[in-house]
Design a protein around this ligand. Structure first.
Ligand SMILES: [Zn+2]
Length: 171
């Protein structure tokens, strides 16, 4: 996915995603007076993120991990040199990036390492910050991405609940 396509895609689907999250608010936010501020927080966050996201790319470390995950299915692909196969087969596979990785790359590594394939990666830790993140469109990682998306929705709802409580307590 090109940079502008990824951004367009998010702008186009933002309302669907926000609806998906909002529909889950009543289950997370049990007190009625906390619901309105929780929903307002989700709405405001979504709008500010959409407004400030200029470009989205596949992070190098995520791309490498996805490639390594899908490595067995690449053996018959003549475009992939044999040396690359041998590098990707390393276990654990060191991902040599010069700085700590972002929240999503770290989550991806944890999910891939926990999966059935049991691939192990050595990453330089995470600084925990969240950046625009385009999931690698290769490497047979769709089930893992779905897991990560669900976990992210849960986290958004937890933050929304905390925000709702804070606002309700203050008024
Ligand atoms: Zn990253």
């Amino acid at each position: 996915m090109t940079v502008s396509t990824a951004v367009d895609d998010i702008r186009e689907n933002c309302a669907v995603l926000v609806d998906h999250i909002m529909a889950r608010v009543p289950r997370y936010v049990l007190l009625a007076e906390e619901r309105a501020p929780a929903i307002a927080w989700i709405d405001a966050r979504a709008k500010s993120i959409i407004a400030t996201t200029g470009h989205i790319r596949v992070h190098a470390e995520a791309g490498l991990m996805a490639l390594a995950n899908g490595e067995p299915s690449l053996w018959n692909d003549n475009r992939v040199p044999k040396d690359v196969h041998h590098i990707l087969m390393n276990d654990p596979l060191p991902i040599g990036v010069s700085k700590k990785c972002c929240f999503m790359c770290y989550q991806l590594s944890t999910a891939l390492m926990g999966g059935n394939a049991g691939k192990r990666f050595e990453l330089p830790g995470t600084h925990g910050r969240i950046f625009p993140w385009d999931p690698p469109p290769f490497g047979d990682i769709e089930p893992v991405l779905e897991e990560l998306a669900k976990a992210l929705v849960d986290q958004v709802l937890q933050h929304a609940q905390e925000q709702g409580r804070r606002v309700a307590d203050a008024s």
